[in-house]
Design a protein around this ligand. Structure first.
Ligand code: FAD
Length: 600
């Protein structure tokens, strides 16, 4: 299905604002800008519109879009030197709505401290107060039904969420006993209930809502929130199947975008930019578009034969990525709770779709239980690891770029002051590698995630041909603390499996992955290197930092040295936070729209 514009509406025409990428941040920003009827707004997206698509709307279908070209870009990293040469799949949404159309719908938010650190890095206004103000207006939280709260014995009264916004949020209708027992197990191991999981104090264990509409229990994403209700506005146009190849620029005092070039049905077109071009193609593609437009590191542009229009060394640098790994355990015979495992059985799919309509069955489960903890809560090696990280940073200080020095100072401070980067996710089903699940059996998985990586990677174009993917190189585990943090998380998850009451729901010898023979730190390290994967949260490729510290955009999202090119997507986040990134992408889109309205 096309968007609400045809190629003839767009090719050769002029729009005040041209937004490149109709994903999570892009659609949010474009829709909000179109509140001003005097501003014409165009969104170009390479994917299709897929409204009413059960594959997008039905929750519980984790990963079913992967590798399918109508949903997924199916990117891949380069072979990772510190991960036994492995290449890791980096899936991203290639459909209107972007990654919000295929993601796992967890609605988590970072801590006050982490968002305020973004401002401390030299970015006025990018603080918790503004982040919360924008998210409150976006959130459409519907509290769980009383019967569900009573059945689960949970209390969500302290969840501080907006209720009137267009992104609908709802709790999983079913929270199984293994998840609730794992919650209690975390408490028994000294983790506290998170004081304000949705209000900036996430340190502890809690059940998060999902981006689900309570009315029909379907995915709420940027299309339902920021396209369907806006598509009849005459000043809001969306052209899909439009693959943006570069910005057409002119040079004066500053570089100016005069047009956006894109391919459509095999032909190249240009749309004129009246006021501003905004890149919202996501952290993996926005840097490529800048580089193909002649904006980036001189040596990168030289190597691909693109003339330098603006030498901006920060483009494609400072990549930070969350990773996850996990342990799966078989549930004891007789545990009658449903799990997501039923959705692997093709004979169950029709029945699960029927149950979904009654708000029952495997589609009403999800990834909802989270532990966020400081290292000291999960490992008795916390001090040793902190000292080692501090020494490594001190030993290499003179080799770091200025912007990175400031980031490491904050990261060490976070390790020391109880900030909570270690994450464990309580998952009702099988979600790990390498040993496969056995059909008909039920499982529980403890995923764990690295949220404040010290390693830094790069994303750069490797050809002037826009059809060629850039090189994605996250430098996984280049910094040893990242691997050691994972090893400690693995041991903590194993400890959880042996602690009541979770232990009581598991079979004897329940561990399927990695398996009990993986029993030393070095074997756990190898397991992590071989099987840890991405959490799809790449940031930093066009970091918001002062220019002299390697920044690409200023705090108004404007690319340094340009008069009318901005970036609004996850590329701009300069330092990673311990939260899944959906809420951050919406906050950037919404705050970005406000900034543009105020500074046009
Ligand atoms: C599988 C998966 C699961 C996830 N699960 C969760 C979760 O449960 N909770 C959570 O908080 N976060 C989750 N995330 C992360 C979160 O969804 C993303 O961080 C967020 O949606 C990114 O928003 P964005 O606007 O930066 O990019 P996107 O939403 O990816 O938007 C980028 C858009 O740009 C378009 N585009 C790219 N290049 C071009 C081009 N050259 N021309 C035209 N269009 C282009 C793309 O088609 C896409 O529509 C998940 C992500 C994935 C992929």
């Amino acid at each position: 299905m096309p968007g609400n514009a045809t190629i003839n509406d767009v090719s050769g025409q002029m729009f005040d604002i041209v937004v490149v990428g109709g994903g999570t941040a892009g659609l949010c920003l474009a829709a909000k800008l179109s509140d001003n009827p005097n501003l014409s707004v165009l969104v170009l997206d390479a994917g299709e519109v897929s409204v009413d698509d059960p594959k997008i709307l039905l929750p519980g279908q984790y990963g079913v879009h992967f590798g399918q070209e109508e949903y997924d870009w199916s990117f891949k990293t380069t072979p990772q030197k510190f991960s036994n040469g492995r290449q890791v799949d980096w899936n991203r949404g290639k459909v209107l709505g972007g990654s919000s159309a295929i993601n796992f719908m967890c609605w988590t938010k970072p801590s006050v401290q982490e968002v305020d650190d973004w401002e401390r890095l030299g970015n006025p206004g990018w603080n918790w107060a503004n982040f919360e103000r924008h998210l409150h207006a976006i959130e459409g939280y519907h509290p769980p039904l009383a019967k569900s709260v009573a059945a689960h014995g949970l209390n969500f009264d302290h969840y501080n969420l907006g209720k009137e916004g267009p992104v609908k949020l709802y709790h999983c209708a079913t929270i199984t006993r293994p998840e609730r027992y794992a919650y209690q197990t975390a408490l028994n191991l000294g983790i506290q209930p998170a004081p304000a999981p949705m209000g900036g104090d996430t340190n502890g264990v809690y059940f998060a809502p999902k981006s689900i509409n309570h009315e029909d229990y379907t995915r709420s994403y940027s299309v339902t929130a920021f396209y369907e209700k806006y598509k009849d506005r005459p000043n809001f146009r969306v052209l899909t199947r439009a693959y943006v190849t570069r910005l057409v620029t002119s040079t004066g005092d500053k570089l100016k975008a005069d047009g956006v070039e894109f391919s459509y049905d095999g032909r190249i077109h240009v749309v004129k930019v009246g006021k501003e071009a905004v890149l919202s193609a996501g952290a993996l593609k926005s840097p490529q578009i800048l580089e193909l437009s002649g904006v980036g590191r001189r040596e990168v542009l030289g190597s691909i034969g693109v003339p330098v229009k603006l030498d901006l060394p920060g483009v494609g640098e400072n990549i930070q990525e969350h990773m996850f790994s996990g342990m799966s355990f078989e549930l004891a015979d007789g545990v009658d709770d449903i799990t997501m495992d039923a959705l692997r059985d093709p004979s169950q799919l029709a029945e699960q779709a029927r149950l979904h309509k009654l708000e029952e069955g495997s589609h009403t489960l999800g990834i909802t239980g989270f532990v966020f903890a400081p290292m000291a809560k999960i490992s008795d090696r916390a001090k040793e690891l902190y000292d080692a990280a501090k020494k490594k940073v001190a030993d290499n200080w003179s080799s770091y770029p200025e912007g990175l020095k400031e980031q490491y100072k904050i990261q060490l401070e976070r390790l020391d002051n109880g900030c909570a980067p270690c994450e464990v996710v309580l998952t009702p089903g099988f979600l790990t590698f390498p040993n496969p699940p056995v059909p008909g059996k039920k499982y529980f998985t403890l995923l764990f995630c690295l949220n404040h990586p010290f390693s830094r990677g790069t994303i750069h174009a490797i050809s002037s041909d826009p059809a060629k993917d850039p090189e994605f190189d996250p430098h996984y585990f280049e910094h040893d603390l990242d691997l050691q943090t994972f090893v400690e998380l693995c041991k903590f998850a194993r400890k959880m499996s042996k602690t009541a009451p979770l232990r009581d729901l598991l079979k004897e010898n329940p561990e399927i992955n990695p398996g009990v023979d993986v029993d030393s730190d070095s074997k756990l390290g190898e397991f992590i290197k071989n099987y840890a994967s991405t959490t799809f949260h790449t940031i930093g490729s066009l970091s918001m930092l002062p220019h002299e510290k390697g920044g690409v955009v200023d705090s108004n999202l404007k690319v340094y040295g340009t008069s009318n090119i901005r970036v609004a997507d996850l590329s701009v986040i300069p330092l990673h936070l311990a939260a899944h990134t959906l809420s951050l992408a919406y906050a950037i889109g919404s705050y970005g729209a406000e900034i543009i309205k105020n500074t046009l």
